[in-house]
Design a protein around this ligand. Sequence first.
Ligand SMILES: Nc1ncnc2c1ncn2[C@@H]1O[C@H](COP(=O)(O)OP(=O)(O)OP(=O)(O)O)[C@@H](O)[C@H]1O
Length: 256
Amino acid sequence: MTILEVKAVNKVYEGKVATQALTDIHFTIQKGEFVGIMGPSGSGKTTLLNMVSTIDRPTSGEVKIGGADPFRMKKNELALFRRRQLGFVFQDFNLLDTLTVAENIVLPLTLDRRPIKEMESLLRQTAARLGITEILNKRVYEISGGQRQRTAIARAIITLPVLLLADEPTGSLDSNASRVVMESLAAINEKEGTTLMLVTHDPLAASYCNRIVFIKDGRLAAEIHRGDNRQTFFQKIIDMLSFWGGNTNELSSIRV
Ligand SMILES: Nc1ncnc2c1ncn2[C@@H]1O[C@H](COP(=O)(O)OP(=O)(O)OP(=O)(O)O)[C@@H](O)[C@H]1O
């Protein structure tokens, strides 16, 4: 079943000098896939993510999520669609610091006025999945970066979104916390069958994906599949990045 369909998408940023950020992008994500998007700085990854997350619209072409075209929706309908069908995880967590972990996680359900009993049950299940049950009553400023990102992931999946979008989720974390966060995302993908799209510069984070799509100068450049061995896949990603361009500095010391 196709969850995301991107068809002939072009994006031009108008301005004194117009920038063609995406050119004729076609790709699909099937249910249960974990897809990474990689490419050099300025290649169009964020632009593509903004089209899929419905934050910005393509200049031409079509984006369909779960068969629906978000760009044909009215403003209120689109806000609901985003809240119920999409989950977002950002580099800087986007949590509310003065609320507790539990309050942050149930926020999308609170906005939807879901019954308290239902919220409590979903909260318990989701926190257990991410191993953060012990910290539910702590405030965000009292927890670590890795715990913050797992809280943000819990908030993103508590609505059971059809598509979970992650933008550099390990960008603010050290290597141990990155590993825990990527293992959490991979477990959600494998055990719950949640469909994921991840934009990252980090080859280690990308090695948890099943498939990686490389973008270069706004065009799809290549695609690789993981197979059984994450270590081999990690090496393949490094080779692709050095071929297509990307951040391969300081990689020699990374252990997979
Ligand atoms: N709001 C904007 N207005 C004008 N040009 C933009 C805008 N956003 C991005 N661009 C341009 O579009 C191109 C693609 O940018 P984009 O941010 O999508 O790349 P990226 O691959 O996400 O880069 P990075 O890895 O550095 O985040 C770049 O040439 C960029 O300068």
